[in-house]
Design a protein around this ligand. Structure first.
Ligand code: GRG
Length: 292
């Protein structure tokens, strides 16, 4: 399927699930900013990878949709908090005012935190027909990828690295946590649902982290060369903020070469799946070439 069509189809499916899920929740003041932060506008690339990898292992989308929704809640939560003045201080996200601009800082912090806990609720949901052992493994792994050893820890490093000279390996480690860990989780969780052996699940998790790093590299290229209208957020911020990125450290030519080699390495790891990996391959190609 054409990549853009696929992204739209998957985004609609996950959005629909989340809209229905939020409809069934008690009506609170935070529902509005939560919806604003999580529904419509995002590419849902992580969900697309979950579905694509699910295909390799013949898993139906219904077995994976709760995982997609949980991942998008955590992802959107991280963006809401990332945009706050105490973090990256961004006023525009997905082409709209950031959640704290629209609803105020306190509501943005609380809506973000509520999306974090909602992610776990969605996995534990009784209607999600997955056995408890698998749910337990997924929840533990998601917690590990999100907290201080994962996204939050990576974000702390990202902020601490501003205006400092860092080594390539330190930047790779930071980006593998900040961005890579959630991709790591996506692939690992597919491995859990497919009932794979531990060794195979860890193979997938490492691959996920590499895909996350590739995604982050593309994000850095877009910050330098992309269009703010297509990306839906301000560009050329990394230099202004003195962000430590591979692009800043290596320069354009070397960073593109590094990214291209990383992409090839990822694609080689998929070769063993033959035609079953066609959808994943097209998503990986998109990740590096994307303009949004
Ligand atoms: C999530 C536990 C937890 C803590 C939050 C603020 C923070 C700690 C982390 C920030 C992490 C961050 C912003 C990483 C950057 C990842 C990235 C490249 C985001 C852009 O993702 P896209 O392009 O966004 O998939 P869309 O809008 O398409 O959903």
């Amino acid at each position: 399927m054409m990549i853009k069509k696929k992204l739209i189809k998957n985004a609609k499916k996950v959005d629909k699930f989340l809209i229905n899920y939020l409809k069934k929740q008690k009506k609170t003041l935070l529902i509005k900013p939560m919806k604003y932060g999580v529904i419509s506008g995002g590419k849902k690339i992580r969900s697309t990878l979950i579905f694509d990898f699910g295909r390799i292992f013949h898993l139906s989308e219904n077995k994976l949709i709760n995982i997609c929704a949980a991942v998008e809640c955590i992802h959107s939560y991280s963006l809401i908090h990332d945009d706050l003045p105490c973090m990256d201080n961004d006023k525009i996200r997905r082409g709209k005012p950031s959640t704290h601009i629209k609803f105020g800082e306190a509501s943005a912090v609380l809506a973000g935190s509520s999306l974090l806990t909602l992610a776990f609720e969605i996995i534990t949901d009784k209607k999600y027909l997955l056995n408890s052992k698998m749910k337990n493994e997924i929840i533990g792994y998601l917690a590990n990828c999100s907290g201080h050893t994962g996204i939050a820890g990576g974000q702390e490093l990202d902020l601490k690295f501003e205006n400092k000279t860092k080594k390539i390996n330190q930047i790779i480690d930071m980006q593998k946590k900040k961005t890579g860990k959630l991709f790591n989780f996506c692939l690992y969780a597919v491995g859990v649902v497919a009932n794979l052996k531990t060794r195979e699940k860890f193979f997938l998790s490492k691959l996920g982290e590499e895909i996350g790093l590739l995604f982050q590299l593309a994000d850095d290229f877009l910050d330098k060369k992309g269009s703010k209208y297509l990306i839906g957020k301000q560009v050329k911020k990394d230099n202004k903020k003195g962000k430590s990125t591979l692009l800043n450290l290596m320069g354009e030519k070397k960073a593109y070469l590094y990214a291209n080699n990383l992409k090839k390495k990822i694609l080689r790891k998929l070769e063993k799946h033959g035609k079953k990996a066609l959808e994943v391959t097209s998503t990986i190609e998109f990740i590096l070439e994307r303009k949004f």
